[in-house]
Design a protein around this ligand. Sequence first.
Ligand SMILES: *Cc1c(COP(=O)(O)O)cnc(C)c1O
Length: 462
Amino acid sequence: MSKNTNNSAIPYKIYLQENEMPTHYYNVRADMKDKPAPLVNPGTGNPVTFDDLKPVFCDELIEQELNDTDRYIEIPEEIRDFYKMYRPSPLVRAYCLEEKLQTPAKIYYKFEGNNTSGSHKLNSAIAQAYYAKKEGLKGVTTETGAGQWGTALSMACSCLGLDCKVYMVKVSYEQKPFRREVMRTYGASVTPSPSETTEVGRKILREHPGTTGSLGCAISEAVEAAATSDGYKYVLGSVLNQVLLHQSVIGEEAMTAMKKYGIKPDVIIGCAGGGSNLGGLISPFMGEKLRGEADYRFVAVEPASCPSLTRGRYAYDFCDTGHVCPMAKMYTIGSGYIPAPNHAGGLRYHGMSPIVSELYHQGEIEAVSYTQTEVFEAARDFARVEGILPAPESSHAIKAAIDEALKCKETGEEKTILFGLTGTGYFDLYAYEQFNDGNMTDYVPSDEEIEASLATLPNIEG
Ligand SMILES: *Cc1c(COP(=O)(O)O)cnc(C)c1O
């Protein structure tokens, strides 16, 4: 245990009271001068309207999706009550990590893994299930890759009495039977994707026999299932504006906790798959920066095997393999890109949130990428001193935070670093086994591979 712990005025864990939890979601788009580009209807090439989205999404969620102007959107009391089951989440001062690194930097992390689903995804799952229930739906459909989102949604649906149909990427379905069983225990039905149950699934299976699936395929199937089943709508765990909005509770709580103790972060770091935890964590801080009230550095961390920000292109692209969803302008490495197997399943998406993409394009966010072996080294070092077994996705942020802290050690700067610890790694022990046995491989795509994938981008102005 660090010596600092005894002397410092900053507690090891800062827990807010329930009455200090946010009552409104913060919508960073309201403070962006240049707004994220609108979703585009692939049929017409025009920005999507409420009516375009209505067959697939819930009404109130469409309004949130299209709302670029309201800075605050009230969190309904039922959702706030549900959040109290596992929130507020702690803001932890990583005293032990600081001690181990012998850095003058002060490191904080916001820990979102303290719920059964094991990640921040429950924050949006609850909100989306609530609006679906309010609309009188029977149930929802969705995709899941590594399984965190499906688990979160099945928990939310079981509490609200909604049916939940999950299309799970086949390779995860087979490799992560325990996640599947958690979802089934909460009452969800879980179908390995691609499947024979949808038209798009059958088409993908015909074209790519033996495929182990991808998030893009599973999205197409879940959207089709919603559009063709009465009383069902589709919900998505990341990328969309509404999801970043819900995840703003992470940043709002972090900001309240820090302000209570007079702490101001210099750099804020998050791993980026579809961009929701990063977007949620940084949103209120970004708002202050965009309004000229404070200055912060923001860092997005992605896997070198799926480098949408660091090596992708800012362009309109399909969000899914089957091309049934609206198109988004985002940093992408192409919707046909099948990332090499990487144990951070939650970071294997070809695109990125349009909000995060636009902020990155404006130079407000920086991005770095790491190979998975170096990420697991950081995960191991972190686990050994801080105790928490981190998810591989979260460990990308850990790695970047450690690198920032080591830079401070060289320069002697006492920077304050805040990172998002999005989840726990109990369902990723196969990956830890590979790492511990020295069998982990690092795949980094060549420029040619990325160029070939980008050559298939749709031709949309913007
Ligand atoms: C899904 C997931 C991520 C990545 O998703 P974002 O939308 O980019 O936040 C990161 N960490 C964990 C633990 C996840 O489950």
